[in-house]
Design a protein around this ligand. Structure first.
Ligand code: CA
Length: 321
């Protein structure tokens, strides 16, 4: 069944590949992209989103709305792994521009126009969504489902030992969203590290596709690969594209459970720590947590996406690439 999707993103590297899922998967209809403060400089994130649309041959077909430029209470904290989020490569400037409407207004308006029909894939800090909840407490019930990339299912984080990046950057927003009553599914860093990690052998298979999307992928993925390998992770990690893919291809989920998830906002050592409380009798579940995926199936589905024909004008086929 085709899903009508908004992707809320701090667009860098794997966020771009999540946009490709929204743009190219036969079951996805990407209706808007909303940008939130996260991975790299805010205006660079807008450019990266426009570049991803252009690479997929879809410039001007999906609106990009700039949203919250900083977290609710905290200073902005960039991700260290992504460079400028586009492989530090000198791509030609993408055509088109962002909309003037604020992302939070766009989220509220688009969902109001089609209550119960829009799915949101949130792959950055949750600031835009928290702001939407504060503005309209009924917003969560009008959203068909919310897929969040965030948190660690009782394991070590990727920013601190306690916390995964998206929840670390804006823990107050994460708490607001998790307590708001969305039909929530969570894809964690824990799952990503164990099951959405692509080693150099897999990455060579993507390179060998030699399509505009695969060429873009190989360039843009390189800093993530190098940063991951420097941390002892043997490959590049793909949390955001996985989150988008699981929404449109739910058969890739092999095991998931209902759980109560909340986020630490006060901890001295545990800012952004995600509490996964599996005691359903003590703490009523508020989310479905994906625990196991079809790893080969996910890779095959992404190969399919990156094989998509995009026309001749993709930026990674122009100039010097
Ligand atoms: Ca992201």
């Amino acid at each position: 069944m085709t899903r009508r999707i908004i992707i809320d993103t701090d667009t860098a590297a794997d966020d771009c590949f999540a946009l490709f899922v929204g743009l190219c998967h036969p079951e996805a209809q990407l209706e808007a992209v909303t940008i939130v403060a996260g991975n790299v400089e805010f205006d660079q994130q807008i450019e990266n989103a426009l570049l991803a649309l252009d690479t997929a041959g879809r410039s001007g077909t999906v609106p990009v709305y700039p949203g919250c430029r900083k977290p609710m209470l905290r200073p902005w904290h960039r991700a260290s792994a992504h460079g400028d989020g586009k492989g530090n490569w000198d791509f030609p400037k993408p055509p088109g521009g962002a909309e003037s409407e604020h992302a939070v207004d766009a989220l509220l308006r688009l969902v109001d126009e089609s209550p119960g029909e829009i799915d949101i894939v949130a792959i950055g800090p949750l600031t835009n969504l928290a702001a939407a909840v504060v503005q309209d407490p009924d917003f969560p019930r009008k959203v068909r489902s919310l897929f969040i990339m965030g948190g660690c299912n009782n394991s070590v984080g990727n920013v601190t030992a306690a916390a995964e990046y998206n929840f670390y950057v804006d823990p107050e927003a994460a708490r607001i969203v998790l307590r708001a009553g969305f039909a929530t599914t969570i894809v964690t860093w824990t799952l990503t590290l164990a099951q959405a990690l692509w080693d150099r052998e897999r990455l060579k298979k993507i390179e060998a596709l030699d399509t505009p999307l695969s060429r873009f992928f190989s360039i843009v993925n390189q800093p993530t690969l190098e940063a991951d390998e420097a941390r002892g992770i043997m490959g590049s990690t793909h949390p955001d594209s996985l989150t988008a893919m699981l929404l449109v291809q739910p058969d890739l989920v092999k095991r998931a459970g209902r759980c109560h998830v909340d986020v630490e906002t006060q901890g001295e050592l545990t800012r952004g720590y995600s509490l996964f409380d599996w005691r359903a009798d003590r703490n009523p579940p508020n989310a479905t947590v994906v625990e196991e995926i079809d790893t080969e199936g996910f890779f095959a589905a992404m190969v399919e996406i990156l094989s998509t024909s995009t026309g001749e004008n993709a930026p990674s086929t122009r100039e010097s690439v």
